[in-house]
Design a protein around this ligand. Structure first.
Ligand code: F3S
Length: 390
C-alpha cells in the first residue's frame, strides 16, 4: 500500500505506540480489502460501547489503548452504551455492570471521544456530501451514504476507533465510486404510511438485494413518508444485510447519475399492501413499548409526545424512549421531557435497549416501532417482540 511520509512516520512509531498500533491495524485491514492508499477522514464513529457487547476483553483493549496514550485526531463520536448507565434504569442492574459500563465511557472520553453516545451521530455534526468518514453502526453508515452523500464503509467498532486515532482510513469499498454502482433494482409500489411499514420495507430490500440497491418509488416520494420513516427503513436494510448503502430515488445526492451508471443483475418489485397484510397477521402484545431504535431526534420526540398525550400507548406497562444526551437536553428545555415523565415515560439517555440484556430488567415481551429492534431483541435477550407503529 502506498503511504504518505506522515503515514510512514505514524507506522514507524515516531508519534507514539497508540498511533503506531492504529496505523498497523488500518494498513492490515486495508491490504486485506485491496486498498492502495489511505484517505483522511473528518469524523469517526465508534460502536461496541455496551459492556454487554464487548465484555471484559473489550474493556481490557480500551484500557491498553488508553495506557499507550491513545487520543483521537479527528472528531469522534460513540454509539449508545447499555442501559446500565441510564439513570432511569441504573438501579435495576448490579453494581458490577454499572461499574464496567462506567469504565468504558471513562476510557473513551479519556481518548477525546465526544460525549455523544448516540446512533444518529449526524445530528451532532452533519457530514457534507463527498466527505470520507469511518463509521461503525450500520444504521448510521446507511444514512451517511444514502441520505447525506458521504463515503463510509461499515466499519467494526475497533477499526473505527483506530481510524479516529489515525485520522484516516483505508481507501477501499464504498470510499471508491466503482463500489457504489447499483446492482439491484427495487421498485416500491404503494404508499408507505408508517414507520413500521418503512422498517418492513427495509428488511425486505436488505434480504433481496445482491448488491447496492437502487430504489424507485411508485406511489410515494420518500420526502412524503412519515417522520423518521427513511431512518427506520435504512436501519432495517442494515439489519437484514451487510449493505453499506441504498440509492434512494429523489433522496440520495446524485441519484440520477447512480441510475445512469447502474449495472443491474437483479430486479424486484415490492408491493406495500403485502407488507401491510404481513403486519396485520402479527399477534401478541408487548408489556413494554420501546421506541428510539435508531435514537429519536427532536422532531420525532415532539411527535411522540403528542401521541402519548392522546393515549396512543395506553395499555403498556411502561414506555421507554431511547435518545441521545443532546436531544434529551433539548427536550428538557422545551418541557417535553417533563411532560412525558408525568405520563410515566422512562428515558434511556445515551443508551440502547437492544444491546442491553432486557431480561435483567424483568422484561418478558416488548412492542416496538423499529424493525431493527424487532429483529434483534429476541436473539440478543430471548424476549419476544412485536411490531406496533406510531
Ligand atoms: Fe441505535 Fe441500539 Fe438501535 S445502537 S440503532 S438503538 S440497536
Amino acid at each position: 500500500m502506498h503511504l504518505t511520509r506522515e503515514e510512514e512516520r505514524f507506522l514507524n512509531g515516531e508519534h507514539g505506540e497508540a498511533l503506531r498500533l492504529a496505523m498497523e491495524v488500518l494498513v492490515r485491514v486495508g491490504e486485506a480489502m485491496g486498498a492502495e492508499s489511505m484517505v483522511p477522514i473528518s469524523h469517526a464513529h465508534v460502536s461496541g460501547v455496551s459492556y454487554f457487547s464487548i465484555g471484559d476483553y473489550g474493556v481490557e483493549l480500551l484500557e491498553e489503548l488508553a495506557l499507550k496514550g491513545a487520543k483521537v485526531r479527528v472528531f469522534t463520536t460513540a454509539n449508545p452504551s447499555s442501559m446500565a448507565l441510564a439513570p432511569d434504569f441504573m438501579d435495576r442492574f448490579g453494581a458490577r455492570y454499572v461499574e464496567k459500563q462506567h469504565r468504558i465511557i471513562e476510557l473513551l472520553l479519556s481518548m477525546g471521544v465526544h460525549e455523544s453516545f448516540t446512533c444518529i451521530p449526524y445530528i451532532l455534526r452533519t457530514p457534507r456530501q463527498g466527505e470520507h468518514l469511518a463509521w461503525a453502526e450500520s444504521s448510521a453508515v446507511l444514512y451517511a451514504n444514502s441520505v447525506l452523500g458521504a463515503y463510509t464503509n461499515r466499519e467494526g467498532g475497533v477499526v473505527a476507533l483506530m481510524a479516529g486515532i489515525a485520522g484516516r482510513t483505508y481507501m477501499a469499498g464504498v470510499h471508491l465510486r466503482e463500489f457504489r454502482v447499483p446492482r439491484t433494482l427495487v421498485r416500491v409500489a404503494g404508499s408507505v404510511k408508517s414507520r413500521v411499514i418503512a422498517g418492513l420495507l427495509g428488511l425486505r430490500i436488505g434480504a433481496m438485494s445482491s448488491g447496492i440497491p437502487f430504489v424507485e418509488f411508485r406511489g410515494v416520494s420518500p420526502a412524503d413518508m412519515p417522520i423518521g420513516a427513511v431512518k427506520q427503513m435504512l436501519a432495517a436494510v442494515g439489519t437484514a444485510s451487510d449493505l453499506p448503502m441504498v440509492v434512494l430515488e429523489g433522496v440520495t445526492p446524485g441519484y440520477r447519475e447512480y441510475r445512469r451508471c447502474a449495472d443491474f443483475v437483479d430486479r424486484h418489485t415490492i408491493r406495500v399492501e403485502e407488507l401491510v397484510s404481513e403486519l396485520g397477521r402479527e399477534e401478541g402484545r408487548g408489556d413494554v413499548y420501546i421506541t428510539g431504535c435508531p435514537h429519536l431526534d427532536l422532531e420525532e420526540l415532539k411527535e411522540l409526545a403528542e401521541l402519548v398525550v392522546r393515549g396512543v400507548f395506553d395499555g403498556y406497562k411502561e414506555i421507554w424512549v431511547a435518545l441521545s444526551p443532546k436531544v434529551y437536553r433539548l427536550g428538557e428545555e422545551l418541557g417535553i421531557v417533563q411532560k412525558l415523565r408525568e405520563l410515566g415515560v422512562r428515558f434511556a439517555v445515551g443508551a440502547c435497549p437492544v444491546v442491553t440484556k432486557l431480561r435483567l430488567l424483568g422484561v418478558e415481551a416488548v412492542a416496538t416501532d423499529s424493525a431493527k429492534a424487532y429483529s434483534y431483541i429476541p436473539k440478543i435477550s430471548g424476549v419476544t417482540a412485536v411490531l406496533r407503529g406510531w
